[in-house]
Design a protein around this ligand. Structure first.
Ligand code: SF4
Ligand code: SF4
Length: 106
């Protein structure tokens, strides 16, 4: 599995030296393409799908693509973090969406 970046939603985080997706990836797997001024993942196979970058993106531009064996091609999972809750958006291979909302302590 790996993340997918939606370049329509990604702002590049403007003038920030280190956009949140880069800052918080524990594996240092995301870098900025200096020409496009947008991030990319250096090595998809090294991503272990912790989703820290997905949660950190303020523009909801990242998602986790679920593996074919688990959920078929194009299925995705996107957590969004809010004060006191987390919302999980699950999209199956046919595009059907389900949303799960859980309370959190933070
Ligand atoms: S945090 Fe989100 S909007 Fe900012 S550069 Fe990364 S993917 Fe793009
Ligand atoms: S899912 Fe985790 S390991 Fe993979 S790129 Fe994002 S922060 Fe890094």
């Amino acid at each position: 599995m790996s993340i997918k970046i939606d370049y329509e939603l990604c702002s590049g985080c403007g003038t920030q030296d280190e956009p949140p997706c880069i800052k918080y990836c524990p594996g240092d797997l995301i870098a900025v393409d200096s020409e496009k001024e947008k991030p990319y993942i250096r090595s998809e196979r090294d991503c272990w799908d912790c989703m820290v970058c997905v949660k950190a993106c303020p523009f909801n531009a990242l998602e986790t693509r679920l593996p074919y064996q688990l959920a078929s091609y194009k299925a995705s999972l996107k957590p969004q973090v809010y004060q006191g809750r987390i919302v999980w958006q699950l999209k199956d291979a046919r595009g059907k969406e389900e949303v799960f909302e859980l309370k959190t302590s933070g």
